[in-house]
Design a protein around this ligand. Structure first.
Ligand code: AMP
Length: 176
């Protein structure tokens, strides 16, 4: 896809949060009405015929377009959050990061076996965090699970898709 208006408006912040990282700042896409419309339309076109019943947004940048898309698809929206944020019973998944470990949670009653789930986040880098969210969603045994990112980083040999088993349905709006 690589829509020119999106690429032109995406802000790159060098050395954030640490030296050497080229941070892709999607806040400049979210604040721009034209970009918001383009992303909403492109996502809707990708998923309108898939029978999606739940969109799962990854905290926190995955909440923005995830919720917009859920509303357009007539689906529900589910938050995948950092530990201790969700108030009711949760399922949890821990995963290794470059330094240490992280955990994510989803409410136990958020997804069931009749759901067709789309997982959404802003950016695919190594794929570690989304792979953990994918494993967690699979524990709910939904009928089918799709994955989407706004941006797929392919620079410096990054291949985030390798974090997922062959045949996993992954789509992205921009590859940079
Ligand atoms: P990963 O688990 O390595 O795929 O990292 C993905 C998560 O980290 C996403 O939630 C992104 O928001 C964030 N992230 C990683 N690298 C970047 C980057 N270069 N620019 C913006 N966000 C990033």
């Amino acid at each position: 896809m690589n829509n020119e208006t999106l690429l032109k408006n995406l802000r790159n912040v060098p050395d954030f949060p640490i030296k050497g990282i080229q941070f892709k700042d999607v806040s400049t896409l979210f604040k721009n009405p034209e970009c918001l419309q383009i992303m909403s339309d492109e996502l809707y076109e990708l998923y309108k015929d898939k029978g999606i019943t739940k969109v799962v947004g990854i905290e926190s940048r995955g909440f923005v377009m995830g919720a917009i898309l859920a509303q357009r698809l007539g689906a529900g929206f589910v938050m995948c959050r950092k530990p201790g944020k969700l108030p009711a019973d949760t399922k949890k998944m821990s995963y290794k990061k470059e330094y240490g470990e992280d955990t994510i949670e989803i409410h136990t009653d958020a997804i069931d076996e009749n759901d067709v789930v789309l997982l959404h986040d802003d950016l695919l880098a190594t794929g570690g965090s989304m792979a953990a969210a994918y494993r967690l969603v699979k524990e709910f045994r939904p009928k089918k699970t799709y994955i989407n990112f706004l941006i797929e980083l392919t620079i410096e040999g990054l291949n985030g898709r390798a974090a997922f088993e062959e045949g996993t349905d992954i789509s992205t709006l921009m590859r940079i």
